[in-house]
Design a protein around this ligand. Structure first.
Ligand code: MOS
Length: 765
């Protein structure tokens, strides 16, 4: 597991197993609610419009914010004329570097400090320096959004321009090769790849390109912010509640307990919803104006202020025997990582773990440019990385005239090919076999450009997807049992559309031996026990581990409370289990006492315990990845070059599936994002100025209903014995492999190999 390095750095390595006694989670086999289809607990509120998002929180005396963005990439503000803006109707404040309060640098997101959520580690409006094109040079607050927007258009700025580095190609010369948050040892050399490339029967060697992608969730980045004396209250759209609170405390030099962040619902996050300049600027402006502030980023402001996925250029070379056995796997490449960015695009993750090549030569380079910081975006690294590797595998299959699935079967690793660590659970080939059957893979023409229907060339393709298992330490959950024996689970966890409360309610019910309707889950603000984040597909496992830890404590405390006048008298903690809304002796249902009865006899109204997710030692000993097999059928018009995806099938191997309904939505959503990546999404940059020229969702097209075909999803559903509930992450894997499956199908349809995304008509004509 390539993120092991970060975890090791965060935790220090202690041999052992995360569960007491090293045994698998008993819930893996004992399921009542887990594994069943459950509708989302927040569904009715969302349908009725009763779920309140960050930009909908009512406040007395609200001001609305608009942002003025720099139009140069590097230099200084020479003149700033805000008189007309200040005089405009409804304007309450124009904030610039001249009057902005003093603020510290936002602390960066890291695995060792979960109280930090910063993405763009630069001073925010503290001086006249311009560091990227789009940086905020003024914030206008007005009585209405329209007044703020108009007044922002009246701000006049003149710049002293300094030459900026905005060109990817030119930046390659000074690229660095750092280890990073996601990749422990960047330079990977194993075996003798050089000789293999000289002597192998077959070599494919090509360069693949993926463009810059911008975050485009349905809910734009938004916050409603007010100060209550020296307390800061932020209703945010975030996937890092405690990180945002901790960062804002540092920026404004107050205590973390003075910051309250609330985010019960998020309309899509995908890695982009953490701390950017807008929350800091909003809080600063609210402080100056002494009134609450609402800010809703326009689509243009989102592209200028919220970083996305870096563009990549990746060379993949595969050397193989005549039977397709991989003798060498080379994966080199570049992505952009400005010095003020937190992470680089870890596109070589998959090539370090999936295929058992005999030798490896893998390294990635980071280019420092004067651009907005890049950041995590759904399946960071894996989404562009699998496009390159899985396209190359398809090229090799074609070269050798071997079925693409068969080629993967011959090369799949049965342990980690680099470290030798055993898989905890992995059966990608089963996912391929199940998916191929559902898809009808046997109908794929093995000769490209051999199926034609009118003007349409029809083709089929497949590809693998991968995402590492991540479980964060330090995530906390409180379980409270009340006098009626009902449970409430609370944690500063996040709901960005994936069904957090729904699935953890199923979990807690099974864990505590309660019916589903006896459990309530409270999430979404920093008054609740510490949450890590909704990212890295880690939240379900992290919160699951926290609830498990809390339940162990709860059993001990209840046993103590029960005393001697109980059917449980004399039993030790390891002899009891939760069942029938109480505790009982393992294997002896006659020795049972209910929660309600224990509490009543002890004259207690309730009992509360907090548990915490431990260090994820499992990832130090085992190779743990979610994996997928993606299948695509599509048509390409010979007249226009247009691609129409007709069918997608995703077959997933992600451990046990906890709720088929919410899981299917996660997978489908990821795959739809993969269609955008394959066909249309591309943040366009004018390299002369560093200006993003696609800053709208008209120019940056994400899939609409007409772009989305039938998507069928299925899964192996084999529990992972080393994770809470037997589940690995499913949030990001959906997008991985989709772009390659589509490009491979386009090759099968047309005989044209497109190696740079997106697959726009001009490239296919
Ligand atoms: Mo994900 S890119 O960690 O939200």
């Amino acid at each position: 597991n390539a993120i092991v390095g970060g975890v090791r750095a965060a935790m220090g390595y202690v041999p052992g197993s995360w569960l007491p006694g090293g045994t698998p989670d008993p819930l893996i086999d004992k399921r009542v609610n887990l594994g069943t289809q459950q509708s989302r607990v927040d569904g009715p509120d969302k349908v009725k419009g009763a779920a309140r998002f960050a930009a909908e929180v009512p406040m007395e005396g609200l001001l609305y914010a608009a942002f003025v963005h720099s139009t140069i990439a590097r230099g200084r503000i020479a003149e700033l004329d805000i008189a007309a803006a200040e005089a405009a109707d409804g304007v309450a404040l124009v904030m610039t570097h001249r009057n902005a309060p003093k603020m510290a640098l936002p602390p960066p997101i890291g695995l060792t400090n979960l109280k930090a959520a910063g993405n763009n580690i630069l001073p925010v409006m503290q001086d006249a320096e311009i560091r990227w094109n789009g940086q905020t040079v003024a914030v206008v607050l007005a009585e209405t959004q329209e007044q703020a927007n108009f007044a922002a258009s009246l701000v006049l700025v003149r710049y002293e321009v300094v030459a900026a580095r905005t060109d990817f190609e030119a930046g390659k010369a000074n690229a660095r090769t750092p280890d990073s948050l996601m990749i422990e040892r960047n330079r990977l050399k194993k075996g003798d790849a050089d000789t293999a490339f000289k002597t192998a029967a077959t070599v494919v060697d090509a360069v693949y390109r993926t463009p810059w992608h911008s975050h485009s969730p349905m809910e734009p980045h938004a916050a409603t912010i007010r100060w209550d004396g020296d307390r800061l209250i932020v209703h945010d759209a975030t996937q890092m509640l405690n990180g945002t609170a901790g960062s804002l405390a540092k920026v404004f030099d107050i205590k973390e307990t003075q910051v309250f962040v609330s985010s019960p619902f998020v309309g899509g996050g995908f890695g982009g919803k953490a701390l950017w300049d807008h929350q800091i600027l909003g809080a600063a402006a609210a402080k100056l104006a002494q009134r609450p502030v609402r800010l809703v980023l326009s689509r243009a402001s989102m592209q200028r202020l919220v970083g996305g996925r870096s563009q990549t250029e990746q060379r993949v070379a595969l050397a193989a025997d005549r039977d397709g056995s991989l003798l060498a796997l080379l994966h080199h490449g570049y992505s952009v990582k400005p010095a003020h960015s937190v992470t680089d695009e870890a596109f070589t993750l998959t090539s370090r773990s999936l295929y058992a090549a005999r030798s490896f030569d893998v390294v990635q380079h980071a280019i420092d440019l004067d651009l907005l910081a890049n950041t995590f975006m759904r399946a960071p690294g894996e989404a562009p990385g699998t496009f390159a590797v899985e396209s190359a595998m398809d090229e090799l299959a074609h070269e050798l005239q071997i079925d693409p699935i068969e080629l993967r079967r011959r090369n799949i690793g049965h342990s980690d090919p680099v470290s030798g660590a055993p898989h905890s659970q992995s059966d990608l080939m089963l996912a391929y076999d199940l998916g191929a059957k559902r898809f009808g893979w046997e109908r794929r023409p093995s000769t490209p450009r051999s199926r034609k229907e009118g003007e349409w060339l029809v083709g089929m393709g497949c590809a693998s997807g991968s995402f590492p298992y991540v479980r964060m330490p330090g995530m906390s959950a409180r379980i409270t049992i009340d006098g009626d024996g009902r449970a409430t689970v609370a944690s500063a966890a996040h709901e960005m559309g994936m069904g957090t409360a729904t699935v953890q309610r199923q979990h807690a019910a099974d864990r505590l031996g309660l019916p589903l309707d006896s459990v309530t889950v409270r999430i979404g603000d920093t008054s609740l026990p510490f949450g890590s984040f909704a990212g890295g597909s880690s939240q379900t496992a992290s919160l699951g581990a926290a609830i498990n830890a809390a339940s162990t404590k709860l059993a001990g405390e209840l046993l103590r409370l029960a005393g001697n006048d109980t059917p449980l008298a004399g039993l030790r903690a390891n002899e009891i289990e939760f069942a029938d809304a109480g505790l009982r002796k393992i294997g002896d249902p006659s020795r049972h006492e209910s929660f309600a009865s224990i509490l009543k006899r002890a004259a207690r109204s309730d009992i509360s315990v907090v548990g915490e997710s431990s260090a994820p030692l499992e990832v130090l000993k085992f190779s743990m990845h979610s994996r997928s097999a993606i299948f695509c059928e599509l048509r390409v018009s010979e007249v226009t070059g247009e691609v129409r995806v007709d069918r997608l099938v995703g077959s997933f191997d992600c451990g046990r599936i906890l709720n088929p309904k919410t899981a299917a939505s996660q997978f489908r959503g990821g795959m739809i994002m993969g269609i955008g990546m394959a066909l249309t999404e591309e943040t366009l940059l004018d390299e002369r100025s560093g200006r993003i020229i696609s800053a709208s969702i008209a120019d940056y097209h994400i899939p609409a209903h007409l772009d989305v075909p039938d998507i069928d999803v299925l899964w192996t559903d084999i529990p992972d014995p080393r994770t809470p509930m037997g589940a690995r992450g499913i949030g990001e894997i959906g997008i991985a492999g989709v772009a390659a499956a589509i490009a491979n199908a386009a090759f099968n349809a047309t005989g044209r190999r497109i190696r740079d995304l997106p697959l726009t008509p001009d490239k296919l004509l």
